[in-house]
Ligand binder design. Sequence first.
Ligand SMILES: C[S@@+](CC[C@H](N)C(=O)[O-])C[C@H]1O[C@@H](n2cnc3c(N)ncnc32)[C@H](O)[C@@H]1O
Length: 212
Amino acid sequence: MRLRKKPWIEEAMKEVQGEYVFLHDIDKFKGHWQEMFPGKRLCLEIGCGKGRFTIGMAELYPDKAFIGIETQHDIAYFPAKAAKDKELTNVKIICANAENLLDWFEPGEIKELYLNFSDPWPKARHAKRRLTHRNFLALYKQLLGEGGHLRFKTDNRALFDFSVEEFKEFGLQIIALSYDLHHSEYENPVQTEYEQKFSALGTPINFCEVVF
Ligand SMILES: C[S@@+](CC[C@H](N)C(=O)[O-])C[C@H]1O[C@@H](n2cnc3c(N)ncnc32)[C@H](O)[C@@H]1O
């Protein structure tokens, strides 16, 4: 997702920083997320973009807490602002690169992981940047612990096929798979920004759920 540089965001970020979005010293929360959200099941979306999914899920499931990771400042502001405007107490945004997530979470601290419309990185030499590459799966395995669920949606068939192969190679149990989620038996309570855009163009949405 590319946005034109918005100089006002630096200033506006200060209004949400520290309460709704974390930019620095995220490692201090390691092992303490549950204290932030007592009694709630901890869920994580990596690459949350402007946050339609993270915010929508948090509204729909008040018994869960949703942490969104978004690496771009100019984008991470929006879900944090939405959480503030809606006074949601079960949402936090981390503005940083997910490759460092084991610095921020103890093993097994997250129960559900969501990857929605992840950047496809189509060139073979960039395969390691794909969020479903086995190197990332190894991080997720620690993050989730045994029995944790990963749910993945994408319009991009090449990325989807690559990802399903990675899941199999990594030895994950595939419990749901569809090449057309919107016409499948599977529940899909909240659509992401990209999902709305691509499905409006008639592109089928691929979906896979695996258990670690
Ligand atoms: C194609 S957009 C999809 C946004 C949203 N999930 C949706 O479905 O509408 C992918 C987003 O993931 C973010 N992203 C990509 N790699 C990331 C990483 N390693 N850590 C955190 N965010 C990342 C990008 O900045 C971008 O905003």
